[in-house]
Design a binder for this molecule. Structure first.
Ligand SMILES: [Zn+2]
Length: 189
């Protein structure tokens, strides 16, 4: 599945930022807020953009606020409340004043970027992520954003499988659930 190649990468960034920077539960364990937001944010951005520059402490804090807003969108879709998800994305688009601009850099062909008005790194990522989620929500794949359904995990994912049957953030969570179901069947016998 391919929404639009740049949007696909930015959706991956949105997932990575939410999973790295928002507290909750991860694969059966508590996920406290990270000690080093800047390092976690840089790692999340580099998961889709390997050459991304370092993130300052202030930018890390700002990106964590962006991530909390993005998480709400995944949560709304997971609850099948697409209306709420759309309202949240629209609010983000408006606040970030996401603005499309064709750019060409690093030997790449012309491609569409989305920027906020201030030119700050976190503001630009907020605008980009809001736009990418808007592209997903506005497409036939609008229900492909999700929150892990394994016990004690609330990490998010985007389902790019052909049949759209993904339910877990990771194979780790999928295996946890499979193992638990297998044990439960054993006990029932
Ligand atoms: Zn999970």
């Amino acid at each position: 599945m391919n929404f639009n190649s740049h949007a696909d990468s930015v959706v991956r960034v949105a997932v990575a930022l939410v999973n790295a920077l928002t507290p909750g539960e991860r694969r059966g364990r508590p996920a406290p807020p990270p000690d080093d937001l800047a390092a976690e944010a840089a790692a999340a951005l580099r998961s889709a953009y390997p050459n991304h520059r370092d993130v300052t402490e202030a930018e890390g804090t700002e990106l964590a606020e962006v991530a909390a807003r993005l998480r709400a969108v995944f949560g709304a879709v997971a609850r099948q409340d697409i209306d709420a998800a759309a309202r949240q994305v629209n609010a983000l688009l408006e606040e970030t004043r996401a603005r499309p601009m064709l750019e060409r850099h690093d030997g790449e062909p012309w491609h569409l970027h989305f920027h906020g008005p201030g030119g700050t790194m976190a503001g630009d990522w907020a605008a980009s992520c809001a736009t990418a989620l808007a592209i997903v929500l506005g497409s036939e794949f609008g229900d492909r954003l999700g929150v892990c359904t394994a016990p004690h995990c609330d990490r998010v994912y985007v389902d790019v499988s052909r049949n759209g049957t993904r339910r877990f953030c990771s194979t780790a969570c999928q295996n946890r659930v499979k193992t638990a179901a297998f044990r439960a069947r054993g006990k029932g016998r």
